[in-house]
Design a protein around this ligand. Structure first.
Ligand code: 3YP
Ligand code: ZN
Length: 369
């Protein structure tokens, strides 16, 4: 069993500019410091995988840049040209809350291309599964606008590649980032060949997006599933959501490849959400995805990075995911785990179960088509 590791130093050079949290510093009201989506958190994840000894056991994968043609499977020519032109000057904003510096276009191409590289490695059986630690993230990016720190829709571009260049019949994208995967949802809204599933904190970001009744349209009706979970949800709610909704949906859909959009921002320590996941929760979700992938698509699983803003804690959640993918445990234990396991409300609560049941009701539609 081989697990791939894909990252690149340039991912950490993507410049989100000075800010206060997720708002740009304006020289008047917001004192400048590092933006929430800074390289530090992801670099620390990479470094912990290294220090744990696990990195040396993974198969290193070198990302290539996505081509314009590959980007245009999900984005408009107009939008691509806008990003390219801004990047060639001093950078700018890709749309909504998505700052980038000079050269940001090329780094975003490398992020989308990284997911393509990871998918090719799994489809060519170079590796069984991969973690792609890319940056900038992608799941909020829409065809003609960047949103929520995302420039190009990396996971969606990967899914299109798997379908159109590699000829797969069905692909599933499972998004456990704590925010709604609105871009992925939008891109495949009318497409029954790509099942999109997003679990997220109810009504966090984008506003008024990711409701349980958004199930896709046209021939794609039934092939988009949202699982909005109440703020405060912990491991009990997450595991229940994945066991009762995500896993059955994947088994019914029977994809040829599963892509996980792995935000690590549902953790107990994340500043941009209010959930209570911990590293062992992420380990359990990863194991569940591996079990399903083993049953439906010969284990073909590509996990690609999205958000995650707790500098101290993202590394331990990320390490747990990578350990699970590699079927191993390093010598490094999560030093925070006992604190978070003991937190009140980690077990499934009735109002969380109700939210999961509402999402579960959409499974009958999936089974019917
Ligand atoms: C974008 C602006 C406010 C919340 C923020 C969310 C970014 C993210 O991690 N998306 O997955
Ligand atoms: Zn997020």
């Amino acid at each position: 069993m081989a697990t791939g590791w894909l990252s690149h130093e340039l991912y950490f050079w993507h410049d989100t500019r000075s800010a206060g949290g997720f708002l740009p510093a304006d020289g008047r009201t917001i004192e400048p410091e590092a933006h929430s989506e800074s390289p530090a958190t992801k670099r620390r994840f990479r470094n912990l995988v290294d220090v744990s000894g696990l990195l040396a056991k993974l198969v290193p994968l070198e990302p290539r840049a996505a081509t314009e043609e590959e980007i245009l499977r999900c984005h408009t020519r107009d939008y691509l040209e806008r990003i390219k032109a801004l990047s060639a000057e001093n950078g700018g904003d890709a749309g909504e809350l998505t700052p980038f510096g000079p050269g940001g276009y090329e780094i975003a191409l490398l992020a989308a291309g990284g997911v393509i590289t990871a998918i090719d490695a799994v489809l060519d059986a170079t590796v069984d599964n991969v973690y792609a630690l890319t940056r900038p993230p992608g799941h909020h990016a829409e065809p003609d606008i960047g949103r929520g720190f995302c420039i190009f829709a990396n996971a969606a571009i990967g899914a299109k590649h798997a379908r159109e260049a590699r000829g797969l019949e069905r692909v599933a994208v499972v998004d456990w980032d704590v925010h709604h995967g609105n871009g992925t949802q939008k891109i495949f809204w009318e497409d029954p060949s790509v099942l999109t599933i997003s679990s997220h904190q109810d009504n966090n970001y984008p506003p008024d997006s990711g409701h349980v009744h958004e199930v896709g349209g046209g021939t794609g009706e039934g092939f988009n599933l949202n699982i909005p979970l109440p703020s405060g949800s912990g491991v009990g709610a997450y595991v229940a959501a994945y066991e009762r909704v995500v896993a059955p949906a994947l088994r019914a859909f029977d994809p040829d490849l599963i892509i996980v959009a792995s935000g690590l921002d549902a953790s107990n320590m994340d500043p941009l959400a209010r959930m209570m996941m911990h590293s062992d929760g992420y380990r359990q979700l990863t194991q569940l995805m591996l079990d399903v992938a083993d049953d439906v698509c010969e284990g073909r699983l590509v996990v690609e990075h999205e958000g995650g803003y707790s500098s101290p804690y993202v590394p331990f959640c990320g390490l747990a995911v990578v350990e699970a993918l590699a079927g191993t445990k390093s010598d490094i234990d999560d030093p925070y785990l006992d604190f978070f396991k003991g937190a009140g409300g980690q077990d499934l609560q009735p109002h969380q179960a109700a939210a999961i049941e509402a999402a579960e009701a959409n499974l009958s539609r999936l089974a019917a088509v």
